[in-house]
Design a protein around this ligand. Structure first.
Ligand code: AMP
Ligand code: TRP
Length: 332
């Protein structure tokens, strides 16, 4: 391990099958960062429990997500890949940080406001304190950078505030992390309502494309994607549907949106959509094949998340012990 590499931490919830939003907006960026940084990536299964899960499905999706992390190109020798619930320091540190977080701060979180509105009175306390667990995830590893989608920025601000508060009350304990929002693919939009972020929890399956969707499904979903009646392939706010497809193509092919506009001058939407589908199918094909073969080797997957948890626990426990000591808890 090279000592002076900056630390990266990020996680994805196993609350639904991963979409091309997760792949293009998160995983692809993670792969690009693995050489220059020291990354910790986890499957945040405890966060997923804030919404009722079917136990068998949660188990299957957690393993599938590990397979997808690996198949997307994360090298287990360069990244610590693990399952959040396997490192108990996350839950323990979360409790300690809960005692430093204000109700007011948590009430202001946009994600909580959105989600609790949908659920009403029966909103569970885990959904309220969710950002504190996320702060624990991040702070335990002396994290420098947290690559996330822009919707998570507010949660990272909270992690920073909690770290600063703790450091000021006691003594420097935590590094102050920063959000890292990648530019290309930062926001892949919903195919049916292209002003909304593509999400694995959308009700209409035509709204998203899953990483594991077969080619014919991808083709169908893209051909049904909402566009407009302008009839020109142009990257602009007035054409959110077409712009989203340009963005997908741009992220997959590494071509600039302007170049894609030029390439499709005078070409109809049907042809453009068919080409976007081709590009995406081509991009996902090797990933899908790898996921399938990895899932046939459960022992290998197990060896990855077990050694990941061991490495992660070592670092996380060091920070946790420091917190406990400073707070006046008696060392064991
Ligand atoms: P989530 O699926 O909401 O747990 O998000 C996990 C990570 O995937 C986030 O931090 C984002 O970086 C990324 N992500 C999810 N959906 C999208 C999207 N539609 N566009 C870009 N990135 C996304
Ligand atoms: N809340 C994040 C999301 O929904 C997932 C997450 C949990 C996370 N813990 C994290 C992301 C720590 C980055 C760092 O996307």
């Amino acid at each position: 391990m090279v000592e002076n590499k900056k630390v990266i931490f990020s996680g994805i919830q196993p609350s639904g099958d991963l979409t091309i939003g997760n792949y293009l907006g998160a995983l692809k960026n993670w792969v690009a960062l693995q050489d220059a940084y020291e990354p910790y990536y986890c499957v945040v299964d405890l966060h997923a429990l804030t919404v009722r899960q079917n136990p068998a499905e949660l188990r299957a999706r957690t393993l599938k997500n590990i397979a997808i992390y690996l198949a997307s190109g994360l090298d287990p020798n360069k990244n610590t890949i693990f399952i959040q619930s396997h490192v108990s320091a996350h839950s323990e540190a979360s409790w300690l940080l809960n005692c430093f977080c204000y109700m007011g701060e948590l009430s202001r979180m946009t994600q909580f406001k959105d989600k609790s509105q949908k659920v009403g009175e029966s909103v569970n306390a885990g959904l309220f304190t969710y950002p504190v667990l996320m702060a624990a995830d991040i702070l335990l590893y002396n994290t420098d950078l947290v690559p996330v989608g822009s919707d998570q920025k507010q949660h990272i601000e909270l992690a920073r505030d909690l770290a600063i508060r703790f450091n000021n009350l006691y003594s420097p304990t935590f590094k102050i992390p920063e959000a890292y929002i990648g530019d290309s693919g930062a926001r892949i939009m919903d195919l049916q309502e292209p002003t909304k972020k593509m999400s694995k929890s959308a009700e209409n399956p035509n709204a998203y494309i899953l990483i594991m969707d077969p080619p014919d499904v991808i083709r169908k979903k893209i051909s049904r994607a909402v566009t407009d009646d302008v009839g020109v392939v142009r990257y602009c706010d007035e054409q959110p549907g077409i712009s989203n497809l340009i963005n997908i193509m741009s992220t997959v092919t590494n071509k600039k949106p302007e170049d894609i506009e030029k390439q499709y001058e005078g070409v109809g939407y049907a042809q453009f959509k068919s080409d976007v589908a081709d590009a995406l199918i081509e991009e996902l094909k090797p990933v899908q094949e790898k996921v399938k073969s990895l899932l046939e080797d459960k022992t290998y997957i197990e060896s990855i998340y077990k050694s990941g948890a061991e490495k992660a626990s070592y670092v996380a426990n060091k920070t946790l012990r420091k917190m406990q000591r400073k707070l006046g808890l008696i060392p064991r």
